[in-house]
Write a protein that binds this ligand. Sequence first.
Ligand code: SF4
Length: 200
Amino acid sequence: MHCPKQAYITVSERCIYDCRFCAVPKLKGGVKSLETIRQMVEKARMTGNLRAISLTSGVEISPEHEAQRVSQIVRDLSSFGVPIGVSVSPFPGVNQMLKSAGADEVKYNLETVDRGIFQQVCPGISFQEIWDALQEAVDIFGRNRVFSNVIVGLGESDRTLREGIDELAELGVLPVLRAAFPHPLRLGDVEIFGHLQRGY
Ligand code: SF4
């Protein structure tokens, strides 16, 4: 309940990918069971302030496996009767899977709108696949029910950032801008460009 009126839960605290800015693969955390998640949401419900559930997840085995697990969790949590948002790594077919499970909103993170930087900082992940999933998600979930984190400060130019934000907004995707954060476990793995350094 650290987000106002939301039970915000990370399902798998580990990841097979190795995005250079991300601490999750280094932390190698646990994978929560359905039972644990249910108990957490129940605890949030007892505060009397639960208005929504957000599920986010790394990738324990594969994006498909992860989304299937999260879909089962969404089905189970639908009994709480509040909207459920899901953020997972996308792949073809993910939107239908989450929609039929009962998800109300989705978030697939592009992380950067600069394709060249994406290749460097998110090896093994397809920018185009995320973009395609976002585009399809707008048709399935509706405008303004689809989100994408965009990290600011990975070396992208102002113009690329502005154009990327515009393109997402025109699609009906809400870009969520986040300042790049130099995580201590990622020192030396990625260069972070602060606003002052870049002369904003
Ligand atoms: S896919 Fe997500 S959780 Fe996995 S390493 Fe990349 S940013 Fe981190």
